[in-house]
Write a protein that binds this ligand. Structure first.
Ligand code: HEM
Length: 228
């Protein structure tokens, strides 16, 4: 039998995506800011600053989600069960008070991240999905580890950590399995698949940039959290 060059790789796309981003994932999860946060070495305001910066890029990601909601191919990935902006707003209000929006400025890396989301996510379905995957599957995975640490180290249980609580996702594992099935069923050619993998790696790097900037900004103070 002659196999055409157009044949799909044997490895499912979900596994390719996980493998292709493994190195960037490892670098991102071991960013010094993340380690310090999980060790409880940071002031709670640093965590608030992380949420503030997250709000600035989630706003763009979720705006893109709305734009793709009705799309036959990536629309099924867009789910109300995932949206985080409302939870971020509630957390920020609780942590930083009703004036939390005042002075919430993007760090340079957050601006780069939001600019990248705006540049690619509204035109390219695979780029949108790369960013969607990197954040939401991460929030449903490592995010749950972070949530447990925030509970034990910073004594945050519900208020202030709603961002990590997906109360409409009863079983994250099943949700992630379903997400991977959707990934494996995508009708994309090799070029579009490669774009997904490359942009997901970019998404990890952009996230790491935010952690690095937060780490630096802690030396100088204000990054959107209430001053002590
Ligand atoms: C405290 C830091 C982190 C820890 C401990 C952590 C840990 C984990 C673990 C254990 C998994 C595997 C879950 C599973 O197989 O179901 C996972 C998956 C994942 N994480 Fe993280 N993570 C962290 C940070 C991040 C960050 C910052 C991002 C992205 C911004 C991220 C993105 C992802 C993604 C996309 C997956 C899904 C991989 C896949 O199954 O395709 N993680 N993480």
């Amino acid at each position: 039998m002659v196999l055409s060059d157009e044949r799909q790789p044997a490895e499912p796309l979900s596994a390719r995506l996980k493998n292709a981003t493994r190195e960037e994932h490892e670098r991102t999860e071991s960013a010094p800011f993340v380690a310090a946060l999980l060790d409880g070495r940071l002031h709670r305001d640093a965590y608030t600053a992380l949420l503030g910066q997250s709000y600035l890029f989630y706003r763009v990601l979720e705006e893109a989600g709305e734009a793709w909601r009705g799309d036959a191919v990536v629309g099924p990935f867009v789910s109300d069960d995932l949206v985080r902006c409302g939870a971020l707003e509630a957390d920020l209000e609780w942590l930083a008070g009703p004036g939390w929006r005042e002075g919430l400025d993007p760090l340079p890396a957050t601006r780069r991240y939001a600019d990248r989301l705006r540049a690619v996510c509204f035109d390219s379905a695979s780029a949108f999905l790369a960013h969607h995957y990197t954040r939401y599957l991460g929030d449903l995975s490592g995010g749950q580890i972070i949530r447990r640490r925030l509970r034990s180290v910073y004594d945050l249980t519900t208020d202030g950590v709603r961002f990590y609580v997906f109360d409409r996702v009863a079983k994250p594992k099943l949700f992630k399995d379903r997400y991977r099935e959707l990934l494996d069923g995508l009708p994309w050619d090799a070029h579009e698949q490669e774009n997904l993998l490359a942009e997901a790696n970019e998404a990890f790097r952009l996230n790491r940039g935010v952690f690095d900037d937060l780490g630096k900004a802690l030396e100088v103070g204000w990054t959107g959290s209430r001053s002590a």
